[in-house]
Design a binder for this molecule. Structure first.
Ligand code: 5GP
Length: 185
């Protein structure tokens, strides 16, 4: 994506959908659920890069059970706002999940292809247990049968940016979730 300057950059931020305060409140609740569910047992938090890096950083600092973190890179969007269809694992986890309670920390479930593939892959490696937590869920866009165990927010069918989510690699650093303005050139 070519951005001509700060004015165009700002025009592309159409409206704030979820504020930083709303995210913080939801993070507290989600971390409390993890702490209660695992009740002192160690967990492996697995984040899918790049979109979930902010969510991972914020949730892991609220988790009080012993936790390790791991990263995978799965690509489904190659550029702009168009899904490319197939999911490619471009970086695998370094941990052997067979001895872990795994908690997948994802940014958004859209078509469901990415998580459906990642969950199948990790379940095939026989973890002690596996749970999926996503920050955002767009159920109206689903093309495969996949339901996350926990979704912090359900959103309508629109392309969103901020809090780790990008468009053309920009906007990941916004502290809130906003709707992207396709027309704002
Ligand atoms: P899925 O495989 O469920 O279609 O898509 C998962 C990935 O697509 C997400 O991890 C995210 O990287 C990207 N994605 C889906 N919807 C959006 C969106 O509204 N905004 C952004 N920035 N990325 C999205």
């Amino acid at each position: 994506m070519g951005i001509s300057g700060i004015d165009e950059y700002n025009r592309k931020i159409k409206r704030i959908l979820i504020t930083k305060e709303e995210i913080d409140e939801a993070l507290d609740k989600a971390a409390s659920q993890i702490n209660a569910l695992y009740d002192g047992r160690p967990v492996l938090l697995v984040s899918i890069l790049k979109g979930a890096f902010v969510f991972m950083a914020d949730i892991c600092r609220r988790v009080t059970v012993p936790c390790e973190i791991g990263f995978m890179c799965a690509k489904s969007y190659y550029s702009g706002t168009v899904s490319a269809g197939a999911v490619k694992i471009t970086m695998d986890l370094e941990q052997d999940v067979s001895c872990y309670h795994v908690v997948i920390i994802e940014d958004i479930v859209d078509t469901g292809r990415t998580l459906s593939d990642v969950v199948k892959l990790l379940k095939g490696r026989s973890p002690a247990s596996l749970t999926v937590i996503t920050l955002l869920d767009k159920p109206s866009r689903r093309v495969v049968d996949f339901t996350p165990d926990t979704a912090l927010f359900t959103i309508p069918d629109c392309f969103v940016i901020g809090y780790g989510l990008d468009c053309g690699e920009y906007y990941r650093n916004l502290p809130y979730i906003a709707e992207y303005n396709e027309e704002g050139n």
